[in-house]
Design a protein around this ligand. Structure first.
Ligand SMILES: [Zn+2]
Length: 176
């Protein structure tokens, strides 16, 4: 899916994938937090007082899927949040809970643990394909250099390198 997304967008196989551009490509609207009309108290709560309590949310209205990400988080964190929410959409996950607003807008939330894990794995693979990690680590790129080049957080990159076992694979290859 990661290779297909890059191909669809006319990107090189090892190019960074911008989740905002990808969202547009698959017809998902990313709503800028600043255009949402909120009271000063709400804004303060969502972006300052309780900013760690949420990363992103997915809404659906009239067949349109829209995602809002927390703008107070770092760009890298916003990218992985957005890709995570997009992964739920791509994988057609069914939320355990749907809240309906007075205007009929749906707020999708509470996915199963399995769905959350799937979305995490797919999002990380979309942002950091295994082939990219192999070629970057082979030439000695550090975790933060790769993270920077792909606009993700160091922790996501570190997790992905560990879970894909690329360093172990390279170590074995050099031992022979
Ligand atoms: Zn999720």
């Amino acid at each position: 899916m990661s290779a297909q997304a890059r191909q669809d967008l006319g990107l090189a196989p090892a190019a960074p994938l911008d989740p905002w551009i990808y969202a547009d490509h698959i017809g998902v609207v990313v709503i800028d937090f600043d255009v949402i009309e909120l009271s000063v108290e709400c804004r303060q709560r969502l972006l300052v007082a309780d900013s760690e309590s949420w990363s992103g949310m997915t809404l659906r209205e009239d067949g349109v899927t829209a995602i809002v990400v927390n703008p107070s988080h770092s760009r890298g964190r916003q990218a992985s949040t957005l890709m995570h929410e997009l992964a739920h959409v791509i994988l057609k996950h069914v939320p355990a809970r749907v809240d309906v607003s007075s205007t009929g807008m749906l707020l999708l939330s509470d996915y199963s643990e399995d769905a959350e894990a799937e979305a995490d794995w797919l999002a990380a693979a979309m942002l950091l394909p295994r082939d990219v990690l192999i070629s970057r680590r082979r030439i000695g790129d550090s975790i933060s250099a790769i993270a920077k080049a792909f606009c993700v957080s160091d922790s996501l990159c570190e997790w992905r390198v560990r879970m894909t076992g690329v360093d172990v694979q390279l170590k074995r290859a050099y031992r022979k």
